[in-house]
Structure formats: structure tokens, C-alpha cells
Design a protein around this ligand. Structure first.
Ligand code: MG
Length: 393
């Protein structure tokens, strides 16, 4: 193959200043001949966005507020950049499809990126999905829309990227696959005695043993809600029923997930716990390219250990299976309530154990709501947030 046999991939990133967004740009920077950045969106970190704009020279950027848009506009004019600046929800919609990118990386936390993601899928744009909440809240709708538009949803979540790699070339005959097994680090508390859970502090919950991530997903890992959300994400991505989805605690996060086959054998995907690997997998898909990141040394691995999950200690894990099986609005309600509960915990308005209680109560109260249309999904998502948030305003 000649070196010119690949075409340049154009990429836009929703959430470029977050943990995944920054690492996606790091991967892009490692393969400068392969990618062109069309659009970047940021939250409140305007200084970092300005650095990214100088390096990647996108055609469009989106910020949250009009005031930030004015700052960015004058910055671009001082730097003699022709970058277009948009802001707010309508700006995000514009950016998601601007210039018809080959891939839209969705790396905004929570369901904030649901509308722009759906907008991009409707325009036939492939999605690199780092935001599992979108599939939890609206998986049936999003996946059927993606099938209709022949759009790929490529998972940046390490477990799902692992399973996708294990299944490469195998999924043709579903009967071969008996189970998908998601590994879970267990977070900081998997071996902490349950009697001491009422003393867990915000700082303890923010200490993840293996992965450096944003605060929302780090708390989700501590409650193991993250793994629950990933079970629902896997159900939608791989079209597999909940009885064939397993969780296994694997504290060192070396095995990123496994597929069990009907003959009793497994395929696992392994590597260092470094999000640049699954991000690169999605960005360069279906190719595997040499990269400069540190690699796993097999001889340095003393052992690989696995433990059954404790559903009593981590009730949100059970709730996720239950909500997934119930279907309808239950996963959406669970996810929205959890997003608010995590925010309340980070703001030190509720205790660690209150997160699960608040989510469970909200699911019990609202999971029977009906969401026949996409607009209904968005409306219920807002309503759950308002109702849960109001109780602590
Ligand atoms: Mg994950």
C-alpha cells in the first residue's frame, strides 16, 4: 500500500476541553496527516479552547454563553483566524453538522448532547460516542435512527470498544456468542465494608484507583452506576438481551471486557487503562496504527484477578439491570435522576448513600411515563431533572 492510500478524516468534537475531548485531540495530533478538525465545542474553559483553536484551527467553535462567544470572536480576530463562533444550544446544533464531518465525537457529560447527536445522525454523520448517557436515555430511538440513516455509532467507552474488537468478524452468527462480560474496576469502594459507606466523603469518592476522568463519571464509578449505565449501553450497541450481559470486578482494569462463546471459551481485549487507546480505535476505525503511548508489558503483570460484583453494596447496579429490563422510560428516569443526584453529592448537599436512594425513589415514581416521540423523551428528561433538583433548591 502506498502512504497516500488513506483519505483525511474530518472530525468535530462536542466537549473538546473535557477529559475525553482533550485526549481525542491528543490522538489527532499524533496523526496530523490523517485528520482535519472542523469544529470544537467547550463549556466554561475558554482559555483551553483558545489554545486548542490556535493548534487545530477549526472552522467553527461553540461556547455556552453569548459573553464567551464575544471573547472568542475578538480572540479569533486578534489571531487573524477565520473561525466562526456560535454559542448555546442552537450553536451546538449548528456545530454538530457544520461542514459535514466524517465523524462527530460526542464527549459532553450527560444528556446535554442528546439533541446535537440526534441532529447529526439525522444528517447521516457517524458518531464516536463517549457519552453513554445518550444511549441510556434514548437508546431505542437513537439506535433505530442510526440504522435507518446507516450511521455508525462507534463506542469510545473502553469496555464497549473492547467488546466491539472481540466481536470483529464473529457477530454474523449470534448463536456463537453466549455472553458479553463487562469488566468493572469496582471503583474505590468495592472492598470497603458496607457498614462504613455512610461515612464516605466527596474526596474519597473522587479518588479513582485506575482511571483519571471527569468528576461525574468518577462518582458514577464509586457508586457503580457507571457499570449499570454501561450494561444498558451494551444492550443497545450490540442488540443483546440483559440475561446475556454479565459484570465482573477486575480491580486493575487490564482486561477491558470479554466475550464468552457457546463452546465455553472467551476472547478478551487487554491493554493499559489509558483512554487514548479506545479513542484512537474509534478515530482510526477500522485501522490499527502504531502510536507513541506507553504499552502494556506482559511480564510486568503479576496476576489478573476477578471477583463477583456485590449488588447489595452497589444497589444502583441492580437498579440498572431492572430499569433496562423494564425498558420504556425507566432507564431515562434513572439516568436523569442520577445526573442530578451526583451533582447534589458533588455540591455536598446529599450524602453518598443518598445518591442511590434518590435515584431509586425517582425511578419508582416516574418510570411508567410514556415517551412515544423524541420530543417526549427530551421533555421527560427535563422534567425529572427539575423535580429532583427542586427538592434540594
Ligand atoms: Mg467504561
Amino acid at each position: 500500500m502506498s502512504s497516500s492510500s488513506f483519505s483525511i478524516k474530518s472530525v468535530s468534537i462536542l466537549g473538546s476541553t473535557g477529559s475525553i475531548g482533550c485526549q481525542a485531540l491528543e490522538v489527532i495530533r499524533a496523526f496530523p496527516e490523517r485528520f482535519r478538525v472542523i469544529g470544537l465545542s467547550a463549556g466554561s474553559n475558554i482559555v483551553l479552547l483558545q489554545e486548542q483553536v490556535l493548534i487545530f484551527r477549526p472552522q467553527i467553535v461553540c461556547v455556552l454563553t453569548q459573553a464567551d462567544a464575544e471573547i472568542m470572536t475578538s480572540f479569533c480576530s486578534v489571531q487573524a483566524l477565520s473561525t466562526q463562533v456560535v454559542w448555546g444550544d442552537s450553536g451546538l446544533l449548528e456545530l454538530a453538522v457544520f461542514g459535514d464531518p466524517d465523524l462527530l465525537v460526542v464527549a459532553i457529560v450527560g444528556t446535554a448532547a442528546l439533541m446535537p447527536t440526534v441532529h447529526a445522525i439525522r444528517q447521516g454523520i457517524s458518531i464516536g460516542l463517549a457519552c453513554k448517557e445518550i444511549l441510556v436515555a434514548a437508546g431505542d430511538y437513537v439506535m433505530s435512527l442510526a440504522r435507518e440513516k446507516k450511521v455508525s455509532i462507534l463506542p469510545i467507552d473502553s469496555e464497549h470498544a473492547a467488546i466491539k474488537q472481540c466481536l470483529a468478524g464473529i457477530l454474523e452468527d449470534e448463536k456463537q456468542v453466549s455472553k458479553l462480560v463487562l469488566t468493572a474496576s469496582g471503583g474505590p469502594f468495592w472492598d470497603r465494608p458496607l457498614e462504613t459507606f455512610s461515612d464516605i466523603t466527596r474526596e474519597e469518592a473522587l479518588q479513582h484507583p485506575n482511571w483519571t476522568m471527569g468528576s461525574k463519571i468518577t462518582i458514577d464509578s464509586a457508586t457503580m452506576m457507571n457499570k449499570g449505565l454501561e450494561v444498558i449501553e451494551a444492550h443497545h450497541l450490540f442488540g443483546i438481551e440483559y440475561d446475556r450481559l454479565d459484570i465482573i470486578i477486575h480491580p486493575t482494569s487490564i482486561v477491558h471486557s470479554l466475550v464468552e462463546f457457546s463452546d465455553g471459551t472467551f476472547l478478551a481485549q487487554m491493554g493499559l487503562p489509558d483512554m487514548r487507546f479506545p479513542i484512537q480505535y474509534v478515530l482510526t476505525y477500522p485501522e490499527k496504527l502504531p502510536n507513541p503511548w506507553p504499552k502494556m508489558q506482559l511480564s510486568a503483570l503479576k496476576s489478573l484477578t476477578f471477583h463477583a460484583p456485590d449488588f447489595k453494596k452497589f444497589p444502583l447496579l441492580q437498579l440498572a439491570f431492572d430499569a433496562g429490563r423494564q425498558g420504556g422510560a425507566a432507564p431515562l428516569v434513572m439516568n436523569a435522576a442520577n445526573e442530578v443526584a451526583v451533582r447534589l453529592f458533588l455540591d455536598e448537599k446529599i450524602k453518598f448513600l443518598d445518591i442511590a436512594n434518590l435515584v431509586r425513589d425517582t425511578v419508582a415514581r416516574l418510570s411508567q411515563e410514556q415517551c412515544p416521540t423524541f420530543e417526549d423523551i427530551v421533555a421527560l428528561d427535563h422534567r425529572v431533572r427539575e423535580e429532583v433538583g427542586c427538592r434540594f433548591a
